[in-house]
Design a binder for this molecule. Sequence first.
Ligand code: ACO
Length: 429
Amino acid sequence: MSKTAELIIDGKSYTLPLVVGTENEVGIDIAELLEKTGAVTLDLGYKNTGATKSAITFLDGDKGILRYRGYSIEELAEKSNFLEVAYLLIFGELPTQQQYNTFSHDIKTHTLVHEDVKKILDGFPSTAHPMGVLASLFCSQTAFYPESLDPNRAVDGVYLSIVRSMAKMPTFAAWAYKNAVGHPVNYPDNSLDYCSRFLKMMFALPAEQYEVDPVVASALDKLLILHADHEQNCSTSTVRIVGSSKASIYSSLSAGINALWGPLHGGANQEVIVMLEQIKKDGGDTEKWINKAKDKNDPFRLMGFGHRVYKNFDPRAKIIKKAADDVLGKLGINDPVLEIAQKLEEAALKDPYFVERKLYPNVDFYSGIIYRALGLPTDLFTVMFAMGRLPGWIAQWKEMRENKEPIGRPRQIYTGATQRAYVPVGTRG
Ligand code: ACO
């Protein structure tokens, strides 16, 4: 393949270099486009724009491939655990036993949050969505660890911020839930593994004994692995762009949480259950709802279907679907909503509207069903997504920093009024 691309503007030809990745993805390097031609590119939603070179996650949307640092998501979900995957994403290689023990020990010793965080939590009404609470508590760490504001701090300072972020996330997530239900918060139990510790903080009550169900903890661990990174999506790009201004790691991650919240991104897992419940309440006529999704005059979209990058089955959805069957079977749950989900999936996969547009079930379609089976309230589904995505965001933030990427500052094509003179208010028509 030629190593350059030819661009002709107004009859004048420009040569642009090509960049080829390790999986043979091709990009046209336009770093000097504006300087050489006076023109910028316009790409709403960044559908064709590579924002960075990254060695973290490879995704082939047509073939349905997802790999973290070269390892397939299928293999990691089957053989690894969330903390090991987090290490792999953040530091680039699977840890040795000693590296794993150190990382896991360091995380355990930072699970407590400052007692004053409780005062912040108390300021939120119980109606506050846990995603808003989570983002705020995360950002508040800039106040408790002001040294994190220094972008040039020592490398071990960055390690400490990474460990603190991973360690405190389950505590914040569980506390956001406790605030919503009006229960006292639980402190982390460091004798437990990452997911069990979170589950105990979520569900234990002072008045009752609580034993973590290993089936639930292991299903949650798998879900977190599946959500751990997904290259340059909306929230990850947000983390990188906020971090590129040298804002602190906590504010960058908090921005990622906010971006994830939207129903077109991580918020879709909550919306899937809301939709399935609505269909059930309406009598379970899936064909009617499929037709609504196809009707261009109806704003309804089939939540959990379609993906910006996957134009094939989302590989994570395949693993989750199987995990959903396993978990529901093991826990003896017979969820009528699952039947509706299956009918919708079957109908959509045969329907020309969905087939032509390559709209397949995405990761969110089944994750909500498992979260429900694990006893998690709907409002907390996106929080679970954020907990899973955290190591990915950290890895991307760290890579952006180590690559010394410049501040993210897109251009625009201005379409507003041209210069005009100010008219005093009394004389405006
Ligand atoms: N239901 C019905 N029609 C859909 C759906 C859907 N879920 N998704 C896309 N379409 C249609 C669009 O109307 C459009 O049709 P047209 O070509 O006739 O105008 C076509 O498919 C392409 O859709 P776009 O919105 O242009 O695709 P895009 O790549 O921009 O959007 C997105 C992807 C946002 C995920 C979209 O498919 C969607 O809204 N899905 C539902 C929400 C959802 O599940 N989000 C989770 C995404 S996964 C994640 O964030 C982890």
